[in-house]
Design a protein around this ligand. Structure first.
Ligand SMILES: NC(=O)c1ccc[n+]([C@@H]2O[C@H](COP(=O)([O-])OP(=O)(O)OC[C@H]3O[C@@H](n4cnc5c(N)ncnc54)[C@H](O)[C@@H]3O)[C@@H](O)[C@H]2O)c1
Length: 313
């Protein structure tokens, strides 16, 4: 009987819980929020779709009641503030680092064997904080960001090529940041054909730029950050863990020499299964891609350094 806790019942967390329930990915989903009544209210709302949508998943909404989360196989962390138009993800660290540390600490007490899926921003640094603050094994902490960035890359490629996005394979690696994520144009394909041979350079460059600012585009339109994409992506990662699908998912994981980096959590292609991180896939980057990855890692390290400055690590 699989049980998943989603911490934070906002845009991202409630979507994640809803996708987990609607797609019958787990038997029980617990949604926890600090704001009195929010998780409970959204749970009632979701349960009132069960008959029309045809699912029988147990959903439980609680306010700060960590005992209700006990024995979770996966804990998805979405608590914290999202960015507003004009903000970077990195600017959220002052508020979110304390929140993430506190919720992980409480969730761990009741679910010591859970795999943690970290979504709160700045996600690479929140993943590193979760791993380091509690000395967790590296397989138990998986950050979600590059999967969403890859979905955006596929979306913009499909829009430009005017084709079905499901038939596009494309990966984004590196930090989950507007300026240093790395959409891998060399490896992007449409039905096996490299997209670089289907698009002019300028068109492909525009796809890359749109992908990198894909989150800001939504934030500027909506007034707050995306919810459906990240929530669904969190559920996708969770499903691979719960059902041991061993999907290749670009994920923020701890590196010990892979991709030339040590002591950092950053997006790389990873096999995600019942242990959480099962293995890291080496894409054999070319020199240009290696340089971009190093630049991205340096930016993540700069944000990681703030953790010590503000006294959370
Ligand atoms: N990694 C990604 O790809 C990605 C994508 C989008 C958003 N995000 C991040 O996810 C986070 C959530 O975004 P959102 O749009 O859902 O925000 P939101 O404001 O809609 O929801 C956040 C929820 O967290 C709750 N919360 C705050 N402190 C808490 C605590 N101590 N314990 C329990 N709950 C707490 C709030 O009450 C709120 O309901 C943000 O940090 C955002 O930047 C990440």
């Amino acid at each position: 009987m699989a049980k998943v806790t989603v911490i934070g019942a906002g845009n991202v967390g409630a979507t994640c819980a809803n996708v987990l329930a609607f797609n019958k990915i787990v038997e029980t989903v617990v949604m926890l929020d600090v704001k009195q009544g929010v998780a409970e209210g959204k749970t009632i709302d979701m349960l009132q779709t069960a008959q029309t949508l045809g699912f029988e998943t147990n959903i439980l909404g609680v306010t700060n009641d960590y005992a209700a989360t006990a024995g979770s196989d996966v804990v998805v962390v979405t608590s914290g503030i999202p960015r507003k138009p004009g903000m970077t993800r990195e600017e959220l660290i002052g508020t979110n680092a304390g929140i993430v540390k506190s919720v992980v600490s409480q969730a761990l007490t009741h679910s010591p064997d859970a795999v943690f899926v970290i979504i709160s921003n700045p996600m690479d640094t929140m993943t590193y904080l979760t791993l380091k603050a509690f000395g967790l094994p590296k397989n138990k902490v998986v950050g979600m960001g590059s999967l969403l960035d890859s979905a955006r890359f596929r979306y913009y490629l499909s829009q430009t090529l005017q084709v079905n996005p499901v038939e596009i394979e494309a990966l984004v690696i590196g930090g989950h940041s507007d300026t240093t994520m790395i959409p891998l144009k060399r490896l992007a394909t449409y039905n096996g054909t490299p997209v670089a041979s289907l698009l002019e350079d300028a068109a492909l460059d525009k796809v890359i730029a749109d992908t990198m600012t894909g989150g800001s585009t939504i934030t500027n339109l909506v007034g707050t950050s995306a919810g459906y994409g990240p929530g669904a992506a969190g559920a996708y990662v969770t499903a691979s863990i719960i059902h041991n699908y061993r999907r290749l998912i670009p994920s923020c994981v701890y590196l010990e020499g892979e991709y030339g980096q040590h002591d950092i959590c950053i997006g790389v292609p990873a096999i995600i299964g019942s242990s959480g991180l099962e293995s890291i896939v080496d894409l054999r980057l070319n020199d240009e891609e290696k340089a971009l990855f190093e630049k991205s890692a340096n930016a993540v390290r700069k944000t990681n350094a703030v953790l010590a400055e503000i006294g959370v690590l």
